[in-house]
Ligand binder design. Structure first.
Ligand code: AMP
Ligand code: MN
Ligand code: MN
Ligand code: MN
Length: 282
């Protein structure tokens, strides 16, 4: 990509997945916050990209097409792979994402049943009130309903009590495999970035195994700066990026005002010695 980039944000969500703002509103907010290079990366879904791209063009904001793919890795670990600079119309990617999305309805029914057993009744119906895209019911929508109905004070505590792995409303699920996700991304001309590596609660040994496998499959980038990382984790993943030769990404993972800790474009700058992932954009 030619020209300098002062404020890139390469990971965020709209109402097309589990964000709170419509795709165009996400782009307007990013622009207002000073972002000069943006990727919209809804979960398993590219339906917001056209609107986002059109608004970005109006505002003169550089925009790349993205998606965040849900992947099952190892022994029931869910990891997220952010695909950047993809062709969203590529048939294999589109079919792959449709397949990943297709399991969500049944999972949501099961989550409703599990939550019912622990005294949270009607959670599935309740979650649907918060869903912007019927093909994409996520744990975030359940969390918003559970807060709204007075069972918890915020979304984070809903995950801590009910929805995180090992909690009563968590339902194990098979997403894409890592080779599938990287195959779709590369087929669609994009590059693959491992999202928020600090979130997976893996041992050092498991994390290294994931990084090696990801790199061997052609994965290029690591979210060094993420809205879900502490300063300490940012330092840790900067070291992993150096050791493994990964490009570095800057990724708020913004979902909405009042819900996300880090707003669009508000992360610190990447360490100067790391090569930023946007150097590889077309
Ligand atoms: P799903 O794809 O349905 O499993 O939902 C995953 C989404 O839940 C993530 O993309 C986040 O938006 C949200 N999420 C996961 N863990 C947490 C957490 N501990 N606190 C707040 N949101 C979370
Ligand atoms: Mn999300
Ligand atoms: Mn994620
Ligand atoms: Mn995300």
């Amino acid at each position: 990509m030619s020209g300098s980039v002062a404020n890139a944000d390469l990971h965020c969500h709209s109402t097309v997945s589990d964000g709170l703002l419509a795709p165009g509103a996400v782009v307007r907010r990013a622009h207002g916050n000073g972002v000069d290079l943006l990727a919209l990366t809804d979960h398993d879904e590219t339906g917001g990209l056209e609107e986002a791209r059109a608004v970005a063009a109006e505002l003169g904001l550089r925009f790349v097409d993205g998606v965040e793919i849900s992947v099952s890795w190892g022994d029931d670990t869910t990891v997220h792979i952010v695909a950047l600079d993809i062709d969203p119309r590529h048939p294999e990617l589109a079919a792959g994402l449709a397949q990943v999305r297709s399991g969500r309805d049944e999972r949501a029914v099961q989550m409703g049943a599990e939550l019912d057993k622990v005294g949270i009744h009607g959670a599935h119906q309740g979650a649907l009130r918060f869903v912007g895209n019927p093909a994409l019911v996520s744990r975030s929508h359940f969390a918003r309903h559970i807060v709204d109905s007075g069972h918890a004070r915020d979304v984070k505590s809903v995950f801590d009590h009910w929805l995180a792995k090992g909690k009563p409303g968590y339902v194990a699920h098979s997403w894409a495999t890592l080779p599938q996700a990287l195959g779709w991304i590369h087929g669609a001309g994009g590059l693959a970035v491992l999202a928020h590596p600090g979130r997976y609660r893996l041992s050092n040994k498991e994390l290294r195994r994931l990084l090696v496998e990801f790199r061997d499959l052609g994965g290029l980038g690591l979210e060094v700066l993420s809205g879900s990382h502490s300063d300490e984790e940012a330092g840790e993943f900067a070291r992993y990026a150096r050791e493994f030769g990964f490009l570095a990404s800057r990724a708020s993972d913004f979902h909405g005002p009042g819900e996300s800790r880090v707003d669009l474009g508000k992360l610190p700058q990447l360490p100067a010695d790391l090569a930023p992932v946007w150097q590889r954009f077309r």
